[in-house]
Ligand binder design. Sequence first.
Ligand SMILES: NC(=O)c1ccc[n+]([C@@H]2O[C@H](COP(=O)([O-])OP(=O)(O)OC[C@H]3O[C@@H](n4cnc5c(N)ncnc54)[C@H](O)[C@@H]3O)[C@@H](O)[C@H]2O)c1
Ligand SMILES: [Zn+2]
Ligand SMILES: [Zn+2]
Length: 389
Amino acid sequence: MKALTWHGKGDIRCESVPDPKIEDGRDAIIKVTACAICGSDLHIFDGVIPRMQSGDVLGHETMGEVVEVGRDNKKLKLGDRVVVPFTISCGECFFCKRGFFSACERSNPDKKVAEELWGHSPAGLFGYSHILGGYAGGQAEYLRVPYADAGPIKISDGLSDEQVLFLSDIFPTGYMAAEFCDIQKGDTIAIWGCGPVGQFAIRSAFLLGAERVIAIDTVPERLALAKQAGAETIDFMQEDVYDRLQELTHGRGADACIDAVGTEAATTASADSVLDRVKVATFMGTDRPHVLRQAIQCCRNFGTVSIVGVYGGYLDKVPMGSAINRGLTFRMAQTPVQRYLPKLLERIEKGEIDPSFVVTHRAGLEEGPSLYKTFRDKQDGCIKVVLKP
Ligand SMILES: NC(=O)c1ccc[n+]([C@@H]2O[C@H](COP(=O)([O-])OP(=O)(O)OC[C@H]3O[C@@H](n4cnc5c(N)ncnc54)[C@H](O)[C@@H]3O)[C@@H](O)[C@H]2O)c1
Ligand SMILES: [Zn+2]
Ligand SMILES: [Zn+2]
């Protein structure tokens, strides 16, 4: 089959790889009808994620049609249309039973490596390195789905692929980011990053009752899309974010702040961003937490900082003094996607949100490598890429 594979920093290829096979009775194989490129894939593209191997198949936002089912899988049938969560979860272990699917105890065969890095291992993920299971991803013609009787959600024929594909990751992620904020009547939520995840966080914050959303980015078409959803916007290259937020919140700060940027914040945004870049380049640091620092400083006393932008290691100069003295709450996670699927599918079915609003580029797999670049460099108005193998 054809698939997008990783061959080093900036080197992604569309090439032939062996077809996936059923390896366990609970597996299923799906024929991919649509898959997407995520901001998290850009960390791999940019060489920020360790323990990738040449030839690894990428992709973790995938849906398709079931074409093969393992003998113990009683849930799926040939021809079922399913969306596959990016988190691989058994559905039965200590964490899965509690709804913490992204911490499944059984799905990461690279557990030992993850434990050395983070103390404990999270779940395995599709297409996301040999720290998180080394699973082949779904930017491909076919995908093997482990624990396919627990993870995927069936979709009825009335909805298009583009309306449901983002249930695999960015819609639940944006929604979780907003849910973490425990939004009360009258609340103002500030959101850093108007990429795909930020866009879903903005809309979810309104769905959950926020009075005002203040969205921060510098890319004009992304700020425009945020405005369309009803957000006020701040361009971090034009204005001082802290000063402007103080002004907009009458000197109190935002009730909650969402970091939907993560470790690859723009290098030129401020002096500390430049310093972060230098430290990472010279192996003196692991991450670039400029946005997290700013989100903490901009959050009102006893407010919440909700982190969904991904970080990898040990973050320097995070103002914990500000956080403890002012009673901030921190919430963060790789999204336990399965936990959100039924209620978010219902919101789509009811027409409360149509997730296809975010798609700007559609193409075949062959164009995948060049679209990784277009998406990363925010060229050609690109906000979200959907590939149809
Ligand atoms: N927690 C999870 O489960 C989960 C799931 C999906 C994605 N993510 C992460 O969410 C983040 C965003 O993903 P995306 O797909 O939207 O990616 P993206 O790269 O398209 O979006 C990031 C946006 O942040 C903006 N930005 C950069 N520096 C900024 C700054 N200083 N202030 C404000 N905005 C700034 C960029 O201009 C860009 O629009 C990534 O880190 C990704 O890995 C996490
Ligand atoms: Zn993702
Ligand atoms: Zn589990």
